[in-house]
Design a binder for this molecule. Structure first.
Ligand SMILES: COCCOc1ccc2cc1OCC(=O)N(C)CCCNCc1c[nH]c3ncnc(c13)N2
Length: 289
């Protein structure tokens, strides 16, 4: 029996690099084409020096191990990794419609209509449910990490934080970004579990429908205060059904939060994801007026 071919290890010579797609905490993502297959891809380039300073080498190893293990239609596939003396390269599927953060920024009044938001939510909930079934807590659900493939299919990226059991303290320091998605229990350094992702999904749902995160304010201590008291206001233009679901995600007490399975049954999700029956014989006769 011929020995199993060892998976080919790539070098940067195997790729033509294109434009920069975006910058994350520790890396830059480029559009790229693999030379022999001419396949279009995304390559995230991480500087070892930065990773070492950030003390996230172990985390990245765990991220890669998780990412190559979990396959799901709404989780961005990680095809391969390779490195040279100063960089680590992640070879990923290319999401041609960018990320949700950019999409929101350019959307009409910075928010999505309820039907579009519900279609994003159902895919995201399914992706997070799969992570939880693999005992992985994502921990960094936010619009920048939600990519859009063809016809707005959701592709969840960056399990960068899923590895660490970072305590809230050093997470706050290392988290140069926003506190907006942190759950109350993470903020006040209590032990936490997968329900931190359910909280974050609630913050995301609020942001898709309102155009800004639920606890946004002009300084971090005010944001922390609002999160710790689960204090937020949903504007009047949000439907009652959507309001109800947001409230069930954003319960201060983790054990009281709606489960992902229950969320998939919520009327707001079900109603907004029903394929509109188009003149199919079973469709109820449309009123003629
Ligand atoms: C440890 O890292 C694990 C992998 O993390 C990522 C893989 C791929 C990513 C983004 C990832 O993390 C988040 C991040 O780097 N940004 C927020 C900046 C770039 C935003 N995406 C831009 C983008 C547009 N079309 C894309 N097609 C595929 N991947 C993309 C993008 N980005």
């Amino acid at each position: 029996v011929s020995p199993r071919a060892a998976p080919k290890s790539w070098t940067i010579q195997d790729f033509d690099f294109g434009r920069e797609l975006g910058r994350g905490r520790f890396g830059v993502v480029f559009l790229a084409r693999e030379k022999s297959s001419r396949k279009i891809l995304a390559i995230k380039v991480l500087a070892k020096e930065q990773l070492h300073i950030g003390g996230v080498i172990q985390q990245l190893k765990r991220e890669v191990e998780i990412h190559s293990r979990i396959r799901h239609p709404h989780i961005l596939p990680l095809y391969a990794t390779f490195q040279d003396e100063s960089k680590v390269y992640l070879v990923l599927k290319y999401a041609p419609n960018g990320d949700l953060f950019t999409r929101l920024k350019h959307a009409q009044c910075g928010r999505l209509d309820e039907r579009t938001a519900a279609r994003v939510m159902i895919q995201l909930i399914n992706a997070i449910q799969t992570c939880h079934q693999h005992n992985v807590v994502h921990r960094d659900i936010k619009p920048e990490n939600i990519l859009l493939g063809n016809d707005d299919e959701v592709l969840l990226a960056d399990f960068g934080w899923s590895a660490a059991n970072v305590t809230a303290a050093n997470r706050r320091e290392t988290l140069c970004g926003t506190l907006d998605y942190l759950s109350p229990e993470m903020l006040d350094g209590q032990k936490y579990d997968a329900s931190v992702d359910i909280w974050a999904i609630g913050v995301l749902m609020f942001e898709l429908l309102v155009g800004k995160p639920a606890f946004e304010s002009n300084d971090q201590s005010q944001t922390s205060e609002l999160i710790l008291n689960a204090r937020y206001r949903i504007p009047l233009f949000v439907s009652q059904s959507a309001k109800d679901l947001i409230r069930r995600f954003l319960k201060r007490e983790p054990s009281q939060r709606i489960t992902l399975a229950e969320a998939l049954e919520h009327p707001w999700i079900v109603r907004n994801n029903q394929e509109r029956a188009r003149n199919s014989p079973s469709a109820a006769p449309r009123s003629t007026n």
